[in-house]
Design a protein around this ligand. Structure first.
Ligand SMILES: C[S@@+](CC[C@H](N)C(=O)[O-])C[C@H]1O[C@@H](n2cnc3c(N)ncnc32)[C@H](O)[C@@H]1O
Length: 233
């Protein structure tokens, strides 16, 4: 089987998973993260939002929670959210004001004009990305000069003690509970494995710099269970 086929099959598996859990997605996340997912989004907004940005794009918008927090901060010229799961977009449409334009597309190949956003955000999506350098290039292409990318991701704690303590939760509890709540055991095994094995934020920062970003910063939340990467074009 060709690599292209395998990649598109992987994407299709991810898309149909999100389609099937869209209406329960927020509830499942709240339970699995003890509501920390929302707190991390809020902390990220505080660190990223400067008030100067006029246009914002959310990649893998899901139900719209991340862009929603930015949208209420000011009156934006342009707000766009993108996702390839139609059911997620349907949930987002219910939550967001009509000012937010929703686009159905694959975030590896974004049908939007170069240099058209001051801020590109993405929360909890990096582990679904099949081509990280390509994804970084797309974000860089879409940003205006001086623009900012904010990537919020689930990660492993940094300190060895916290890493050891978090391991049973990530390895056993997460797939078990996630599987039971969603009915998709495999998908939550994928989530668990991808958090346990995903590259360290420093490597993602190095990759962003390779793809043209001039600088990037790492902010760790709750012992490193979540990480915000802010990269500057
Ligand atoms: C873990 S959810 C995160 C949703 C939201 N950002 C949040 O904060 O909850 C990942 C989202 O990325 C979307 N996604 C995954 N792969 C994608 C792709 N290749 N193109 C577009 N959207 C994708 C999924 O449909 C899903 O809505």
């Amino acid at each position: 089987m060709s690599t292209a086929n395998t990649l598109s099959e992987k994407k299709e598996t991810i898309r149909s998973f999100f389609d099937s859990i869209a209406s329960r997605y927020d509830r499942i996340n709240q339970v699995l993260s003890w509501n920390l997912d929302d707190r991390w989004r809020k902390r990220a907004v505080k660190l990223v939002f400067s008030g100067q940005e006029r246009s914002i794009l959310d990649l893998g918008i899901g139900t719209g929670k991340f862009i929603q927090l930015f949208s209420i901060r000011k009156s934006w010229d342009r707000l766009v959210g993108l996702d390839f799961s139609l059911n997620m977009l349907f949930e987002a449409r219910k939550e967001l004001s009509s000012k937010v334009l929703l686009v159905s597309a694959d975030f590896h190949d974004i049908p939007l004009q170069a240099q058209s956003f001051d801020l590109v955000i993405s929360s909890y999506t990096l582990r679904s990305v099949q081509d990280l350098p390509g994804f970084a290039r797309e974000i860089h292409r879409l940003l205006n000069p001086g623009g900012k990318a904010a990537l919020l991701c689930l990660t492993r704690p940094v300190h060895p003690i916290w890493r050891i303590l978090a391991y049973p939760y990530l390895k056993f509890f997460l797939p078990l509970m996630g599987g039971a709540l969603s009915g998709h055991q495999d998908a939550y095994h994928f989530l668990s494995e991808s958090i346990l094995t995903f590259q360290e934020p420093e490597k993602t920062v190095a990759l962003l710099k390779q793809e043209g970003f001039r600088d990037a910063k790492i902010y760790r939340f709750t012992f490193g269970l979540a990480t915000l990467i802010v990269a500057y074009k």
